[in-house]
Structures are given as structure tokens and as C-alpha cells.
Design a protein around this ligand. Structure first.
Ligand SMILES: [Zn+2]
Length: 387
């Protein structure tokens, strides 16, 4: 069954940005510098039946995720991921040509086909054998386009043997840092969909994700199944899950985030797709679900994921930086991608998300504010007189 999901039509544009110009662009992104030359195409988005698919995680998963931070024994934290290469280290490139004006009015897929003849050079990588990014694509989220062939058909922007890496449910101690390190070792960038509550538990880890130059979207406040929320508590409760999650991730990241959203359990209530369209937030389903919440052995995960990818030839990959197995397997997964000729594409937003003040306030009320320093208390305050 298909249905038109956004009555007003969806305006979406994806632009190719050379990796060399990416450093400049990213500076502009966080500075919310306006970009002109909006390639746009008015297209009614058709969604495949959003009924749960085999990719739906078991019902027990959200409960696990929504619980309070665990104190389970974890190995010593890995060293923090090295900071993203400074924009100055990248060959200077004027930002203007990154999106040729003639792309205006071209449909998204054609905009991709109109990529520069010479493939963009990967950003300098400390690892001479690192994969580096093949492409950076900019996504115009106006009208709330949907991506990922499991649920959306309209905007299949990846070429053969291209993948986009996505990680959900973080930030989480040890596992997220391990994922960041594996990506940094290969000079790759990914898109993260953190849970609002998890962001409030571990803002310092979320800040590492931002500092490494990855794209950060959001994934609700408490990983609630929004179809169930609507049924039980109504549409406003589902909107609150989305907005509070976005506000929490934004506030804890300490930087603007992308207007990118992924529905928990990949359950897409049509009412919420309409709402996201009105909020100009893009929805990301997936092409290939790693099932890393179910597969617990790294070897099995690697084999399964690479097998699916070889079958499909390309796709947005759904993984979880929350999952231990993924944090362990990722170096080998990336190695297998490289060995099998796959290239990584980084998705970045054209603009940043504007959160709603009432939900920012709701998050701040529930959480103590973070300060710049997180030095231990005994290094901040010491007794200099008395006992
Ligand atoms: Zn999730």
C-alpha cells in the first residue's frame, strides 16, 4: 500500500560537496551560514507501507535503552577520538563553487549526477591506507524528505558501491568512543542519531561525536515507539518525544544539530511524517539494517552485514554505537568495506535544526546544566583552612 504522506509536497535537494571544501562548509554549517543555490524539486513523497518489517527490533529493546545509565563494569575508556582535522589543514577552497548555481531546479537525483567530473579528493588522512570519504552530500531537509529504501522510494542518492554509515541510540560509554576511534582511524564521517535521554546522561561523549565532525541528528527523547505513543497518549505526546529528544541532543551537544531524524524501531506513523515535514526535518530509515541489536558475535555481524551489502550493492547502513558488538566489530567491518571496493559517503545538512524553546526548557528543567569544564570536584574545590 502506498500513500501520499506530505500533502504540500516535499522539497528536497542533495548537493555534492567536494571533500576538500567540506572543512570550509562545516565551519559554515555550525555558524549557520546561509547557503544559496537551493536545488529543489517538488515531488510528492510516497512511503511504502510503514507497517513493521522484519527489521523491527524486539519489543524489549526500548526498555533496555530507556533505563538509567548502567554502572556495569566496562573496560577502561578508549582514548578520545582525535579532533577533526582543522579546516585550515584542508586545501583552501572557496565555499561558493561547492554548490553550482545551475543545480537550482534540478531534481535531487540529477543534482547528484551533475557531480564534478573529477572525483573529490579525500580529506587528508593520518592513516595512509585509510579509506577517507568518497563524497560528501548536502541534504536540503525542507518539507521533510525521507531516505532509506526500506520505507522511502524517492531519494536514492547513493551510487553503486557507496554506503552511508549511521549509528543509533548513543551516546554510550566505551562503545561510542570505540566507534569514533574506528571511524577516525579510517578518516571517515558518519551520521549519529542519539537518544535524548542518553545525551543527558553522557553529554561529554556526545561532544566528542560533534568535535570529530560527524553529523548529529536525533532519535526521540526516550526511544519510544511513536505508533504506540499516539495510540496511547495522542499526537501531542508523540510530538513531545520528537521535540524533547531534539532539544536534549542539541543542548547536550553544545552545538546546532542536523534536522535529521530516525524513528525508533523504524515505525513511521504517517501523522509524524507530516509533522516532520512541517518542521523541515528529514527522516532516515535505512537500506540495510545490521541487526546488531540481535547479533551478538562480532564475526557473525561482520559476515551478515557485508553479505547483505554485497547483495544490495550499496545503501544507508543502520548500526548502533550503543551496541558493544558494533564497537568491537566496526574496525573489521570498515576493513571489509574497503577490501570489497565500497566507498563511504557522508551526509550533511544544508541548514541546522531550530529547536522549540518550550522543549529546550523542559529538558533543562529535568537536567542539571553542563558547564565547559568537567574536571573532578577535588581539582575544582579544595579545603585550604580547617578540616
Ligand atoms: Zn534506536
Amino acid at each position: 500500500m502506498k500513500r501520499a504522506i506530505i500533502a504540500g509536497g516535499t522539497i528536497a535537494a542533495i548537493s555534492v560537496i567536494s571533500a576538500a571544501a567540506y572543512g570550509v562548509m562545516q565551519t559554515g554549517w555550525f555558524g549557520a551560514a546561509p547557503r544559496q543555490a537551493a536545488a529543489s524539486a517538488q515531488t510528492a513523497a510516497l512511503a511504502a507501507d510503514p507497517a513493521p518489517t522484519g527489521a523491527t527490533p524486539p519489543a524489549s529493546q526500548p526498555a533496555t535503552i530507556a533505563q538509567a545509565p548502567q554502572t556495569s563494569p566496562q573496560p577502561a575508556p578508549l582514548p578520545a577520538a582525535p579532533p577533526a582535522p582543522a579546516p585550515q589543514a584542508v586545501a583552501p577552497a572557496p565555499p561558493a563553487p561547492a554548490v553550482p548555481a545551475q543545480q537550482a531546479a534540478a531534481p535531487p537525483v540529477q543534482a547528484i549526477a551533475a557531480a564534478p567530473a573529477a572525483p573529490p579528493k579525500p580529506v587528508a588522512c593520518a592513516n595512509p591506507n585509510g579509506m577517507g570519504l568518497a563524497r560528501v552530500v548536502e541534504i536540503d531537509t525542507a518539507g521533510g524528505p525521507g531516505f532509506g529504501s526500506q520505507h522511502f522510494k524517492s531519494y536514492d542518492f547513493l551510487r553503486d558501491h557507496e554506503v552511508a554509515l549511521t549509528f543509533d541510540d548513543g551516546p554510550w560509554p566505551t562503545n561510542t568512543q570505540a566507534v569514533l576511534k574506528a571511524l577516525a582511524d579510517q578518516c571517515l564521517k558518519a551520521t549519529f542519531f542519539p537518544i535524548g535521554k542518553h545525551a543527558t546522561y553522557h553529554p561529554e561523549i556526545l561532544k566528542l561525536v560533534v568535535a570529530a565532525g560527524h553529523t548529529v541528528g536525533s532519535h526521540t527523547w526516550s526511544h519510544a515507539d511513536l505508533q504506540a505513543v499516539i495510540k496511547k497518549s495522542g499526537i501531542d505526546a508523540a510530538k513531545e518525544e520528537i521535540e524533547k529528544g531534539a532539544s536534549a541532543v542539541h543542548l547536550m551537544a553544545g552545538a546546532p544539530i542536523a534536522p535529521f531524524f530516525r524513528f525508533p524501531d523504524l515505525r513511521h506513523p504517517p501523522e509524524m511524517l507530516t509533522y516532520l515535514g512541517e518542521r523541515n526535518i528529514a527522516t532516515f530509515s535505512t537500506d540495510i539494517d545490521s541487526w546488531d541489536f540481535k547479533i551478538k558475535k562480532p564475526e557473525e555481524l561482520i559476515k551478515s552485514l557485508i553479505g547483505k551489502l554485497q547483495k544490495q550493492g550499496k545503501g544507508i547502513l543502520l548500526m548502533h554505537d550503543f551496541q558493544k558488538v558494533t564497537s568491537i566489530a566496526l574496525p573489521q567491518i570498515l576493513g571489509q568495506l574497503q577490501k570489497n571496493g565500497f566507498k563511504v559517503v557522508h551526509m550533511v545538512p544544508k541548514g541546522t535544526l531550530t529547536t522549540l524553546p518550550q522543549f529546550d526548557e523542559a529538558v533543562l528543567k529535568e537536567n542539571k546544566l553542563q558547564t565547559l569544564t568537567n574536571r573532578p570536584a577535588d581539582s575544582v574545590v579544595r579545603t585550604i583552612s580547617g578540616e
